[in-house]
Design a protein around this ligand. Structure first.
Ligand code: ATP
Ligand code: MG
Ligand code: FE
Length: 343
């Protein structure tokens, strides 16, 4: 099995070929950091234009790298949401055109499903069910994954995602964009106990997240002029991790026994986050697994892999060529919003 994957939901343009043996046969990725850096965040219109310019030659390049033709692929998988709608449309429409031209099935992938299944691309031993902490730029959720397409959400954020909090902290501290890796690096030189910061939601019996108050506290600490920025970075990171661990305990208790704890999404690239989760898993006698950092942040290999997982389902059916791009698309359609807030 060979699937072409396309990702364009935020600010990475990516294409990849993945086979049924979990081999990433070829992949290319172009980040738009330079385009968006002057604005301190992703500008949707600039992102869509950059995807439109880069995607077609990138797909040609990936096929050339692998020495295969489109006709050698078994399906074309593309992110169909959630994300910035202009970018999603560029990738999805490209995939439709390729599917039509090659007479191959189109598979419209939920970007969050790409993140959710990425640990199975990296770790062949990872079986369902597993507990998933999905921590990215736009989402912060705890889910029970019982199979492909079977996601039950136990927690979400009532305001910001954890990755967003890293990005905002980086902006406050003047570290530029994107912020996560910069905060992690600076935090290594700081003291995580130096700055008193809140741990929002800790003690709540519901496992939901909140990071807006933490971000405001970071801003006040910075404005006070009393602290080194490395200490603020380290203290912020520690507060975020404390929240994640506390919320996970509540969610795991509610979830019922699952053998494995899994983390995915951009923040899963963070080494301190990973080791805190590893400790939690050990304490609960769970196995822990996380994809390598390059599979945590946005990429097309995880989209191709989700396509392979879908293709291998007994009841697989290709998606229709008129399927719409979706700016919002919850993984668990039955999940109730936390206190009426975001998905
Ligand atoms: P979503 O997947 O929710 O649609 P996204 O695709 O923009 O959002 P990802 O690419 O999965 O998000 O992750 C990007 C986020 O991960 C950014 O907020 C970034 O700051 C964060 N991130 C990346 N590396 C690290 C790191 N080493 N430490 C902390 N955060 C990180
Ligand atoms: Mg990005
Ligand atoms: Fe993502």
């Amino acid at each position: 099995t060979l699937v072409l994957g396309i990702e364009s939901s935020c600010d990475e343009t990516a294409a990849a070929l993945v086979d049924g043996n979990r081999t990433i046969v070829a992949q290319r990725i172009a980040s738009q950091d330079e385009e968006h850096a002057p604005f301190g965040g992703v500008v949707p219109e600039i992102a869509a234009r950059a995807h439109a310019e880069r995607l077609a030659p990138m797909i040609e390049g990936v096929l050339a790298d692998a020495g295969v033709a489109l006709s050698d692929c078994d399906a074309i998988a593309a992110t169909a949401g959630p994300g910035l709608i202009g970018g999603v449309m560029v990738g999805l429409v490209s995939a439709k055109a390729l599917a039509m031209a090659s007479d191959k099935p189109l598979i419209a992938i939920n970007h969050l499903e790409g993140h959710a299944l990425s640990p199975r691309l990296a770790d062949a031993a990872l079986e369902f069910p597993y507990a998933l902490l999905l921590v990215s730029g736009g989402h912060c959720q705890i889910l029970r994954v019982d199979g492909v397409g079977q996601y039950r959400r136990f927690a979400t954020t009532i305001d910001d995602a954890l990755g967003e909090a890293f990005d905002k902290t980086a902006k406050i501290l003047g570290l530029g964009f994107p912020g996560g890796p910069a905060v992690e690096q600076l935090a290594r030189e700081g003291d995580g106990k130096a700055v008193p910061l809140p741990r929002p939601m800790i003690g709540s019996g519901e496992p939901h997240f909140s990071f807006a108050g933490l971000k405001s506290a970071v801003m006040r600490a910075h404005d006070s002029g009393k602290y080194e920025i490395a200490d603020i970075a380290a203290s912020f990171q520690q507060a975020g991790i404390d929240c994640v661990i506390d919320r996970l305990q509540i969610a795991l208790n509610a979830m019922g026994p699952v053998p494995t704890l899994v983390v995915a999404g951009g923040v899963a690239a963070n080494k301190v986050v990973r080791s805190a989760l590893e400790e939690l898993a050990a304490a609960r006698e769970m196995r822990f697994t996380a994809p390598p950092p390059r599979l945590c942040t946005d990429n097309a290999a995880m989209i191709a892999w989700a396509g392979i997982e879908r293709l291998q389902l007994k009841d697989f059916a290709p998606d229709p060529l008129d399927i719409a791009a979706r700016p919002r698309w919850p993984l668990d359609p039955d999940a109730q919003p936390a206190r009426g807030a975001g998905v």
